[in-house]
Design a protein around this ligand. Structure first.
Ligand code: NA7
Length: 529
């Protein structure tokens, strides 16, 4: 048994900063990480084309001015190897590794009410006892493998984008099947197609995607951003998506048809998420959403030469942005290659896997390698994978059977001294994840400092505050078009998972102010003893 002031689970960006912040409070903390290195999602998702959809100058830590000034991002949007290099640099620069235990999976965390301590056990049989437990387990860290009948029969190689082999995989000369056309499928597909002899994409739902227009970050532009970094970071903290690029332009419906086309085209040419976030009514009004969606569909029709393929690729059964928007590099263009085929598996469903490929109702498709870009058990998957037992031995997973409930996305009633970073009920997955993580870490560290200074041994969300927050999360989502898709935001991508909208949709800035207010009020909604 090892005693610590705090245990943090997960050494992604949130976990690393949490460790740094706990040290600054003078606390003795250990991070337990199941992977062999830091970086979390960027450690596992090594598939070709993996890239961040938030610009790199924004998707980076803001807590250290020296760090943000010295680090050089080579591209406008950072590729996975660069982000992982950055994570490793941070771990070294702040000497974090000495307090991180790698290659250990936490299987159980149990609250001892008498001692007011958490007992955290790993699969290797190690137990840590601590006063504070911080779950930095990530929102997209449990890959989802689809239940394909006969998958075990397939003789070729199966790769999941979120569990990519460290040594990589060369598709040269291979025939490849790809299932999944979310962000991971859309990012990896053009690169797989450029290497493979033949690629067949099995698409269940067509997705909206905006070009990234990625490229080298010009040195003068970088220098200019670095000069204005403080102001830009502040702007990001006051924005909906936690990104300094985020700016409300206008309501789509207030624009004349001609002006609308100009504005859609402008955002399209800028690339990335701003196409969604620049317009105030796109996620709130169906008519505005339809116009934004049709503009994207027309771009697809203008890009993909075969009209039949273009129509398969045009999303029609969910509102624009209601599934996480994708940001691509030549995704639609790649369907013009001779070695790429698309199969619409909604029209022609997969029946079973075979030894050499898969069968749909139309016949067999053969391939050497199957790539699963089939997503994650998002937001609650990693928390529910651990046997977390709070007051009275209550199991978190059981408590969340009908959907997760938390106070501010950081704390759960009945689970004292435990915090969740970017947990369900927070806006993190709709925002810049590094900034969202920083905001949580700073708030949690502030609360812990408050508890330490006042001699509180137990701090816990009150059920009533939690219920109020959970209601606000659900009710605000219900007013938007986000709830109109079968997305991972709603848990509907995982069979049997409760259909509850998990992120807080009112914006990062509104959320951060709510957290600040709670802190300023002396932590309203928490019981402290
Ligand atoms: P996503 O966005 O959840 O996409 C998963 C894709 O896999 C999506 O197209 C799914 O179709 C498809 N899928 C999942 N299960 C199946 C089965 N059983 N059969 C066929 N197709 C299936 O995951 P990503 O990894 O791409 O991205 C996750 C997040 O990472 C992303 O949102 C960003 O935040 C970064 P469906 O739409 O469910 O019909």
């Amino acid at each position: 048994m090892q005693d610590r002031d705090a245990v943090v689970i997960g050494a992604g960006f949130a976990g690393m900063y949490m460790l740094h912040s706990l040290r600054q409070l003078g606390l003795d903390a250990t991070v337990i990480e199941r992977g062999s290195g830091v970086g979390g999602v960027w450690h596992w998702n090594r598939y070709p084309g993996a890239r961040c959809d938030v610009e790199s100058m924004s998707y980076s830590y803001s807590f250290s001015e020296e760090l943000e000034q010295e680090w050089v991002w080579p591209h406008r949007y950072a590729m996975q190897p660069d982000i992982l290099r950055y994570a490793n640099h941070v771990a070294d620069r702040f000497d974090l590794r000495r307090d991180i235990v790698f290659n250990e999976t936490v299987v159980k965390a149990e609250y001892d009410e008498t001692e007011r301590r958490w007992l955290v056990s790993t699969g290797a049989g190690e137990t840590f006892r601590c006063r504070y437990l911080v779950m930095a387990t990530g929102c997209l860290s449990v890959p989802k493998v689809p239940d394909l009948p006969g998958l075990e029969r397939f003789r070729g190689r199966v790769l999941h984008t979120a569990d990519w082999p460290t040594e990589g995989h060369d598709f040269s000369g291979q025939t490849v099947g790809l299932i999944g056309t979310g962000s991971s499928g859309i990012q990896s597909m053009p690169i797989i197609a450029s290497q493979a002899k033949q690629l067949t994409v099995f698409q269940r739902t067509a997705n909206y995607s905006i070009p990234a227009w990625n490229g080298p970050l010009p040195a003068e532009h970088e220098a200019e951003l670095k000069r204005r970094y403080r102001a830009l970071r502040q702007k990001a903290r006051e924005s909906y998506a936690g990104d300094y690029a985020d700016e409300y332009y206008a309501s789509v419906l207030d624009l004349s048809p001609a002006e609308r086309e100009v504005q859609f085209e402008k955002r399209w040419q800028e690339g990335g998420f701003n196409y969604q976030y620049a317009f105030a009514d796109v996620m709130a009004d169906e008519r505005a959403n339809d116009l934004a969606a049709e503009f994207v569909r027309n771009k697809i029709r203008a890009t993909v030469k075969d009209p039949r393929v273009a129509e398969i690729l045009c999303p029609k059964d969910h509102p624009f942005g209601s599934k996480r928007l994708c940001v691509d590099t030549e995704y639609f263009e790649t369907y013009n290659r001779d070695n790429v085929t698309i199969v619409d598996i909604k029209a022609d469903p997969i029946v079973e896997m075979t030894e050499s490929g898969l069968c749909t109702s139309d016949g067999e498709y053969r391939f050497d390698t199957l790539v699963l870009a089939t997503g994650f058990d998002a937001m609650t998957g990693a928390l529910n994978a651990i046997d977390i037992r709070g007051r009275g031995g209550a199991l978190l997973k059981e408590q969340w059977r009908d959907g997760p409930r938390s106070y501010l996305g950081v704390a759960v009633a009945g689970f004292p001294n435990m915090f969740t970073i970017t947990g369900p009920g927070s806006p993190s997955v709709l925002a810049n994840m590094i900034l969202a993580g920083e905001q949580h870490v700073e708030w949690i560290a502030g609360f812990i400092a408050h508890a330490e200074a006042n001699g509180f041994r137990e701090i816990e969300a009150e059920s009533e505050a939690q219920e109020q927050w959970a209601r606000a999360v659900t009710e605000s989502a219900a007013k938007t078009l986000y709830v109109r898709a079968n997305s991972w935001y709603l848990g509907s991508n995982v069979p049997g998972k409760a259909r509850v909208f998990m992120p807080y949709v009112n914006g990062f800035q509104v959320y951060a102010h709510a957290c600040e207010d709670v802190a300023k009020s002396g932590y309203r909604g928490f019981r402290m003893s």
